[in-house]
Design a protein around this ligand. Structure first.
Ligand SMILES: [Mg+2]
Length: 168
């Protein structure tokens, strides 16, 4: 009998800028689609419904921060959104706002052969090529950076895991 079992839930890699912290929306500040919070001296517009949405997804997935925020995601987002502290990827100074390809090596190393969904506003063709080449089920979920993680994304992610990762 095994004394402990490995976490065999699928992984969900979660970007922050463009998924939780919104930008590029065309609305005045007093009608912004989120709450403004100061993060390391910069104002971020945080979409508050993403908190309960992430908590729902955490029942199906093991969540991991996949963001240039790295450990700072845990410094700020649990307090703002009511989500737990999460494991986080680090990028050795490679993080570049507005793109995502620099996340691939860290995602590859962290995810191994586990099924992986990845929600990000900056997915580019190199990310889709990488997903196609992964031996394990992989789902890329793009977001609009002015809207972020929506109800429809949650439903699609829950359905993907529930139906045995089909269609890819
Ligand atoms: Mg982003």
């Amino acid at each position: 009998m095994a004394l402990f079992s490995k976490d065999d839930r699928p992984l969900l890699a979660v970007d922050v800028d463009g998924v939780i912290s919104l930008f590029g929306y065309e609305r005045p500040t007093d009608d912004a689609p989120g709450e403004f919070h100061l993060v390391d001296g910069m104002l971020h517009c945080i979409s508050m419904p993403t908190g309960p949405r992430l908590n729902r997804l955490a029942k199906t997935y093991q969540l991991v921060w996949a963001s240039g925020w790295e450990d700072r995601a845990n410094d700020y987002l649990p307090g703002i959104l009511g989500v737990p502290s999460l494991p986080y990827l680090t990028f050795d100074g490679e993080a570049r706002f507005g793109s995502a390809h620099w996340k691939l090596a860290a995602l590859e190393a962290y995810s191994g052969e586990r099924p992986l969904a990845w929600i990000d506003d900056s997915l580019d063709p190199s990310c889709y090529d990488w997903a196609d080449a992964r031996p394990a089920p992989t789902l890329l979920v793009p977001t609009d950076p002015g809207v972020g993680l929506e109800e429809g994304h949650v439903a699609a992610l829950e359905s993907w895991a529930r139906t045995g990762y089909s269609p890819r």
